[in-house]
Design a protein around this ligand. Sequence first.
Ligand code: G3H
Length: 252
Amino acid sequence: MTTAKTRQRLVIGNWKMNGSLAANEVLLKGIREGVENATAPVNCTIAVCPSFPYLGQVSQALADSPVSWGAQDVSLQESGAFTGEVSATMLNDFNCTWVLVGHSERRALHGETSEQVALKAQAALAHNITPVVCVGETLQDREQEKTLAVIQAQLAPVLALGEQAVNKMVIAYEPVWAIGTGLTASPEQAQEVHAYIRAQLNTVGAGNVQVLYGGSVKAANAASLFAMSDIDGALVGGAALVAEEFLNIATA
Ligand SMILES: O=C[C@H](O)COP(=O)(O)O
């Protein structure tokens, strides 16, 4: 399982609904300085996704740095009477490189369907923003041995967008039972699903897109996950809120 990978490692911090101007300033300084002053080259693309109100702060703090940024969601609408929504055009105003779509918290708490997630991915692509499409099963799904079927159903509308679109995306596998729980999927459990996702991507000619793992990733378990042949990086929640821990994941 240690086959050399040609895909660039990608580690994205999802700050979720955390942060403040003051706390972000410290965190961003720590990340930026950690990357810029690293003794060895950081062979990893690193990005952070703050809450919408902080995109201006983050874009200023990380301008001209090797660290990129993105948002945690995007509207599938272009503009108009959609109170509370944020469009891809608006994300472009803050030079977002990435946007998370279909995070399990959005699916569970806001009822987002896989079809809507695919439309959000499409909206992001239309504005040259890379969608990070999140998929993952619940504990109940896993116990009922429905993991791969759930992943397939979540991916289907996304794959239906076709080869050209899918090749511009990133997929994040996040088992819901591993998010914020301290329970990480074992490298072998994660690899099994990642290999399945890659096989699904292959069906539309997009087998080489990056597939990230998310769910209680920390510096202590990152290296064993990254050693798996189909795991190309991580989508990090809690551990992304501490600069040193986050950077230790990126360089694990
Ligand atoms: O988007 C990130 C994931 O939900 C993982 O969160 P976590 O690292 O806190 O488990």
